[in-house]
Design a protein around this ligand. Sequence first.
Ligand SMILES: NC(=O)c1ccc[n+]([C@@H]2O[C@H](COP(=O)([O-])OP(=O)(O)OC[C@H]3O[C@@H](n4cnc5c(N)ncnc54)[C@H](OP(=O)(O)O)[C@@H]3O)[C@@H](O)[C@H]2O)c1
Length: 234
Amino acid sequence: MFVVTGASSGIGRAVTVALAERDQSVLAVARDSTRLLELPTKYPLVTAIAADLLTAEGVRQVVDACAPHSSIAGIVHAAGTLIEPQAFGSIDTVVLLDEMRVHVMAPIELNQQLQALLSRIVFLDSYSSNDLRVGWAAYSIVKAAAQMAARSAAEELKHVQVIRAFPGAVRTPLVDAVLNSPADSPTRRTFRALQAKGKLYPPDEIGGWIAWLLLDTSDEELTARPTWQYGETF
Ligand SMILES: NC(=O)c1ccc[n+]([C@@H]2O[C@H](COP(=O)([O-])OP(=O)(O)OC[C@H]3O[C@@H](n4cnc5c(N)ncnc54)[C@H](OP(=O)(O)O)[C@@H]3O)[C@@H](O)[C@H]2O)c1
């Protein structure tokens, strides 16, 4: 059994579908129950659970749903939102704290509470965690914190394989929101340039790649590499 958060959209949804199409059971987690429930209707191996990972109750719901299982083959942390581009001088710190909760704290808590059952953990890493781009600080701050959580987990959770996956730019609602934003920004320019070069990947390609990392790579291969980048390896 796999757990995928952020399963109602984008990369999380694509991973859920890719795993189910390879005959794997998936516990699919997100808030929007309407979009989530499309998954078990189409893929009987998927169980959907509507939970808000902003809240302690949401994290508990996921842990409780895992309790009947004696092992979890992997968890994919794909819940998250794109933070509206904002100047550093006017970052909304209330929103920043919520994003920290979903991208950083909820994965840490799920890893802690499920660690005895888990074999593999996938973190969706981002070049934004290192790149400095005007207007993009809030997202970068959150992704940098998430990256350090992933690196710490890799170092300290010795019995778990931690996979830091860089999917590149993926054509999800998160990226569409930037592409279609009326205001010019360095990030919109970057995404439009990638789009022109055909380097905005469809989510199903990334879903297939993450399923490959989870199902077709050995522990030795995973141990040998601290990060995985789409395009280099698949
Ligand atoms: N797209 C890219 O190019 C890219 C590149 C590198 C890394 N990433 C990372 O990949 C992850 C997924 O991104 P994406 O592009 O697939 O985004 P997306 O299409 O917007 O999907 C985000 C998912 O997270 C869920 N979610 C948001 N807030 C939640 C909450 N409080 N509780 C539970 N679920 C919540 C959303 O569902 P509900 O609204 O139904 O809850 C949705 O299913 C993010 O961590 C992102 O930083 C993306």
